[in-house]
Design a protein around this ligand. Sequence first.
Ligand code: GLU
Length: 375
Amino acid sequence: MSQTPAISSFRRIVVKVGSSLLVDQTAGGLKREWLEGLAEDIADLHQGGRDVLVVSSGAIALGRAVLGLPRGPLKLEEAQGAAAVGQIALARAWSEVLGARFMTAGQVLVTLQDTEERRRYLNARSTIDKLIEWRAVPVVNENDTVATSEIRYGDNDRLAARVATMMSADLLVLLSDIDGLYDKPPAPGNDARLVPVVSRITAEIEAMAGISASELSRGGMVTKIEAGKIATTAGTHMVIASGRVDHPLKRIAEGAPCTWFLTPANPVTARKKWIAGSLEPRGAIHIDAGAVRALRGGASLLPAGVTKIEGAFGRGDAVVVRGPDGAEIGRGLVAYDADDAEKIRGRSSADVLSILGFTGRTEMIHRDDLALANE
Ligand code: GLU
């Protein structure tokens, strides 16, 4: 269909893989052949210059199989124990299938807090950024073994959406056991129709996903719609497609049935708008004229250009950046606490280690975390 984008037109793609696709519930093992096919699709995108990130479920299901646990619901600590066993096997499988196609896998285990609390968010993002810069493929899952109920995502649909927005990905692919959103729950004999494009998540769309039917129902389409909301508000397109086929990404590219959730926004602009408009600044950083020019030219703010620190901000907080005349140049998320920022202001990034006793970030504010005024 002409109004839906081609996968190859995106530059940074997060692919979320569900447990039921990866793990054979009856035979109990990993679906290796299927995974090999997916890895080939990923290799095609990667070789074509795209950044690819994987969000992979399957730790609990795989651990359960390895441990030979009986069917039926698991208590939280049982699920966590199963994840401890399964995650090793899962990471090895990804490392092998990607490695066989000349890609390096990097395992990233995160909790809800890592993607929501700004301080930790910066850490998780810098690590993943570095992996991408090295052309490695981050393979992300929830850190199930330590995530207690209060700090759990519980489902990887929302986790994948957060990772996608955190990394300013322009596409999130949810590979699922269903090929998309239907206008009513599909059942044998009914005329439920697949919705090919959702341009806005309305109450009607939510009703299709069954949200109004049962507030309590989790998983399935409900969490996918929630993921869609997170993604599209942040400028990330999302597509739900069937993973029950070989080469699922190639199939989407070939026009397989699926549901696209489109966004009018662009991830970088949406993020900068959020930084500029939604966060309460906790302080100010004054910079010299050279730094103003550098920022306007697209550079990050380095400690060397900073002349004065105001306020008691923490790492990850929003601050106002002011030029030599006090005028606001922009707003950004600062990579140092105010105390540390004061110690390294005016100094070269190379001196940070000897001044602070630890290697911090090279930038005081990374350009991706900086929204310039009138931009
Ligand atoms: N993190 C869980 C696991 O790896 C999966 C959660 C989900 O499937 O949404 O088993």
